[in-house]
Write a new protein. Structure first.
Length: 243
């Protein structure tokens, strides 16, 4: 995986007033910390930063920060945005030690939902309950994303974290629920109601037919009964005449 590069500049002034003046020049104040080196205030070009933040990979990858002629491997740790403007107020980066495990949120990429039994045969909608997961690994093993295969997902069942294939060297960090749900499939209410209505209609059609058959059977039975009564009357008349 190619490292994503960005350029930072040493920041010599600190404080709210200095940060406001810095933002007016098109720069964003920030800090880089961690490792054996003291935290260092930095500044980053705001337009370049906004563009980089639109890229999912920038949030979940080892970054190469060029500062004072040298490159340092860092992770994006915090972004403070303006309440209503598309403006980054402050940004934090953490230095990376190649020999120490890191904790990161890694995005999930869902694939093959369209060929799953839930979607293909039952018209269900797949709900992504989780869009990223916390993992721990060495920096060299950090994935840009984790692929989630939904090809076996069916209605009435959910895909849990334990059902995801994690890359080698990567361990999921679970808090609270031991095996949280990652994705589930739900048949839309309108579709379910339509199926129920169709089933009810089929049952209603079958019921009159059965009733008609029963009535026809009763009529035939009554007819046979009448014929037997008439035969008995005729036999009685014959006996009377003989006498």
């Amino acid at each position: 995986m190619a490292s994503i590069e960005f350029t930072a500049f040493a920041r010599n002034t600190e404080g709210r007033g200095a940060s406001r003046r810095l933002r007016r020049t098109g720069r964003t104040p920030g800090i880089v910390y961690g490792g054996t080196t003291a935290p260092a205030p930095i500044e980053v070009d705001h337009n370049a930063l906004i563009h980089a933040l639109r890229n999912e990979v920038f949030h979940a990858s080892i970054l190469s920060m060029k500062l004072d002629g040298s490159a340092t491997k860092v992770l994006l740790r915090d972004v403070q945005m303006h309440p209503f403007r598309n403006e980054v107020l402050h940004i934090d980066f953490q230095r990376v030690d190649e020999n120490r495990k890191i904790h990161m949120k890694v995005p999930l990429h869902f694939v093959n939902a369209e060929v799953s039994p839930a979607v293909k045969t039952k018209g269900a909608i797949v709900s992504h309950v989780m869009t990223d997961i916390d993992v721990t690994c060495l920096p060299k093993d950090l994935p840009e994303f984790i692929e989630v295969d939904l090809s076996e997902l069916d209605t009435g069942h959910s895909l849990h974290l334990s059902g995801i294939q994690l890359p080698s060297g990567v361990t999921a960090i679970v808090r609270g629920t031991a095996d949280p749900v990652v994705a589930t499939a739900v048949v839309p209410k309108a579709l379910a109601e339509a199926d129920e209505t169709a089933a009810t209609a089929e049952g209603a059609e079958a019921a009159p037919a059965a009733g008609a058959d029963a009535k026809a059977g009763d009529a035939k039975a009554a007819e046979k009964g009448g014929e037997k009564k008439d035969d008995k009357k005729d036999d009685k008349k014959k006996d009377d005449k003989k006498k």
